[in-house]
Design a protein around this ligand. Structure first.
Ligand SMILES: C[S@@+](CC[C@H](N)C(=O)[O-])C[C@H]1O[C@@H](n2cnc3c(N)ncnc32)[C@H](O)[C@@H]1O
Ligand SMILES: [Zn+2]
Length: 283
């Protein structure tokens, strides 16, 4: 039997899990037809692309991130630089989680690698950047990849056990709407020494050299219950061929001469964990 095309595989996967979706224009439920159209009851329609993703954007947007940036991000993530982070995040995801959504998933490697240690989970990634989602759909199968705005997402209320939000903007009202009553948000924010070797060279003696995530942590705590926080800090050696990839994957590196020497790099991140809070639901 021939290999099923990416689009055909996505149609099947999205059809099977169509109850996760709600129309980003009118909030009605959605269905997926044989031709690969995702339709709501009021006939708003979104097409599954041949690469196996669906674009749910309702207004045009431009992204500061290029395809090449996402390819660099993928190489860095698959080099294992963020493996300790992914391992700690996985610790907070219980085995009976059935649905997981990565908001601002970029090129999808975090979601792919985190799900590799989970059984039978339906994984969905959303990002506003078409380039990011196209890269995700190109490399990673058996996941639902959506171009969309995490502040106006195409998903039904109370659909997800786990919402991931890694180094990306957040919308807590929307996250609260999407979480199941026993669900959890796992958010990753930079700590003061994150990528400090790049920061030191890019912003020497300027105020951007120091960074605090205190306000972000406070806002998170206001929205979710059973708050936990874990800091993860480590410094890794860098293979020379990874240096240009690392400089390209973060806006911090865009200011730097590509010839700079970088032998090691520090990862310093806070993982914020919070649970569904009934009092946070606005509608
Ligand atoms: C720094 S990148 C992080 C990507 C990925 N989580 C990672 O750690 O590799 C931030 C991501 O957030 C996405 N983003 C920004 N605003 C968004 C929005 N309103 N809805 C969905 N994604 C958004 C960007 O397109 C970008 O891919
Ligand atoms: Zn609709």
């Amino acid at each position: 039997m021939g290999k099923v095309s990416k689009r055909a595989a996505s149609i099947l996967l999205m059809k099977e899990h169509h109850t996760l979706f709600s129309c980003p224009i009118c909030n009605e439920g959605m269905d997926v037809d044989e031709d690969g159209q995702v339709n709501c009851n009021k006939n708003h329609s979104f097409i599954i692309a041949k690469q196996g993703y669906v674009n749910f954007m309702v207004k045009p947007t431009t992204s500061m991130y290029s395809k090449s940036l996402f390819e660099s991000r993928k190489i860095i993530l698959n080099s294992g630089l963020y493996d300790p982070l992914q391992k700690v995040m996985t610790k907070y995801i219980s085995n009976d989680s059935k649905t997981i959504l990565d908001t601002g998933c970029g090129e999808g490697s975090h979601l792919e690698r985190i799900c590799s240690s989970l059984d039978n989970v339906v994984a969905v990634g959303i990002d506003i950047s078409k380039e990011g989602i196209q890269t995700a759909a190109k490399y990673y199968e058996n996941k639902i990849w959506c171009v969309g705005d995490l502040a106006n997402s195409p998903f039904k209320e109370q659909s997800f056990d786990i919402i991931l939000n890694i180094l990306s903007p957040a919308n807590y009202d929307e996250f609260s709407r999407l979480l199941k009553p026993n669900g959890k948000v796992i958010k990753v924010v930079p700590q003061s020494n994150y990528l400090k070797e790049i920061r030191e060279q890019a912003f020497a003696q300027s105020e951007k050299e120091t960074y605090s995530n205190e306000q972000t942590v406070e806002r998170f705590k206001e929205h979710f219950t059973n708050f936990q926080q874990e800091r993860i800090t480590y410094t890794s050696e860098l293979e020379p061929e990874l240096v240009p990839k690392l400089l390209e994957m973060t806006p911090l590196g865009w200011h730097l001469d590509k010839g700079i020497s970088l032998e090691k790099i520090t990862i310093d991140l806070d993982i914020l964990i919070g649970e569904y809070n009934r009092n946070d639901i606005k509608r």
